[in-house]
Design a binder for this molecule. Structure first.
Ligand SMILES: CSC[C@H]1O[C@H](OP(=O)(O)O)[C@H](O)[C@@H]1O
Length: 372
């Protein structure tokens, strides 16, 4: 995506492995946004694992791509079965909810295991690059699918009226290699000159909406307003939301959607106010091995994320402040599950799909066969 005239991806190859020197990838350090656009270099397996667990990179597709490169980085000096297995386990343990992590690691292991050790490192870098490039193409296609949805709503508007879209957390290009999932239709509609406006949920406690989505949309010139998480229901009651589009970290074979905490409450409000509630996702985010969303592991993160917020002072200093009493106990569930019955449809790289087992199976039959 363009930022101040420069094309960016969230992750890129800085150096392919050459004689005696290992490869390296660059990432945007998303913990520094929106006030600093900083990059860092990952040159080891542990660099990649920490980048995922500490959320320097986050978002299901980007987690998958980073893990794929993490496997490639791991094979620099040792491409043995034991090293491959330990790399898988190290990366798999970083975060439990986004299924793209498992999908990418299974892709890498399935490719590399049968190869001779001497062939593995180069093959890993090649496959990781394909996963990253495929993500960009798939998200672009998700954008085309969602664009038709937005276009159909725009056709019902009077001149000067905007299509109002609400999104939760960050399912933007920062959550993927590029384009995003929920934002891909937004960016395509913006490119097509459709008059859109986005309500951006701040998305406590890590504020991916305030820190990341607001930054993305601002840089892209998309009209938007940042709102506190509890505003969405009020807006929907007053006809101020035409469409909700969110991302997902794992969607089941029956269409249950696991996404950032608070998504379920938005879906309830949308259902109660007859607002279309869509989920944008690549098929790599569908877990074909489970039906119930309640079988998805829900990450619990440090309570520090609840009681402390980061920001910038008037002098431009990045600070963190404690918002609760220092001894206040906290609970920090990072995701929730929206049952398929509350999902209007899935915006995928293969078009719109109903959030039900039969429709998903029909559209992705070829993927089911490969499921673990
Ligand atoms: C396109 S996946 C975006 C998805 O990932 C976010 O979670 P996190 O920032 O914790 O990785 C959030 O659930 C987004 O909807």
């Amino acid at each position: 995506m363009k930022v101040d005239g420069k094309d960016w991806r969230t992750i890129w190859v800085e150096r392919l492995p050459a004689e005696g020197e290992g490869g390296a990838v660059g990432i945007i350090d998303q913990t520094k946004l929106p006030h600093r656009l900083e990059t860092i270099t990952l040159s080891t397996l542990d660099d990649a694992a920490v980048a995922i667990s500490d959320m320097l990179v986050r978002g299901a597709p980007l987690i998958g791509a980073t893990a794929a490169y993490g496997v490639a980085l791991a094979l620099r000096d040792d491409a043995s079965d034991a090293r491959l297995s330990s790399a898988y386990d190290t990366l798999y343990a970083t975060r439990p909810t986004a299924v793209n992590l498992r999908w990418a690691l299974d892709e890498m292991l399935g490719l590399l295991k049968p190869l001779r050790h001497a062939e593995r490192e180069a093959a890993a870098w090649k496959r990781a690059g394909e996963i990253a490039n495929d993500d960009v193409a798939i998200n672009r296609q998700i954008g085309e699918t969602g664009l038709e949805l937005i276009r159909s709503i725009a056709a019902t508007k009077k001149p000067g009226e905007k299509v109002n879209i609400l999104t939760h957390c960050n399912a933007g290009w920062l959550a993927t290699v590029d384009w995003g999932t929920a934002t891909a239709p937004i960016y395509r509609a913006h490119e097509e000159g459709i008059d859109i406006h986005v309500w951006v949920d701040e998305t406590r406690p890590r504020n991916q909406g305030a820190y990341l989505t607001a930054w993305e949309l601002g840089k892209a010139g998309v009209d938007h307003h940042l709102i506190v998480d509890n505003t969405g229901g009020h807006l929907m009651q007053h006809g101020m939301v035409d469409l909700v589009i969110v991302g997902t970290d794992r969607t089941t074979a029956s269409g249950d959607v696991c996404n950032k905490i608070g998504t379920y409450l938005k879906a309830l409000a949308a259902h109660d106010n007859d607002v279309p509630f869509y989920v944008a996702l690549p098929s790599s985010t569908i877990d074909f091995t489970i039906d119930s969303g309640f079988d998805i592991p829900i990450e619990e993160r440090s309570g520090r994320e609840v009681s402390i917020v980061g920001g910038i002072t008037a002098e431009g200093t990045i600070v963190e402040v404690q918002i609760s009493p220092t001894d206040t106990p906290t609970a920090n569930y990072a995701f929730d599950v929206t049952p398929a019955r509350l999902v209007t449809g899935l915006i995928t790289e293969r078009g719109l799909v109903s959030a039900d087992r039969a429709a998903i199976a029909e559209r992705f039959q070829d993927r089911i066969g490969n499921a673990a």
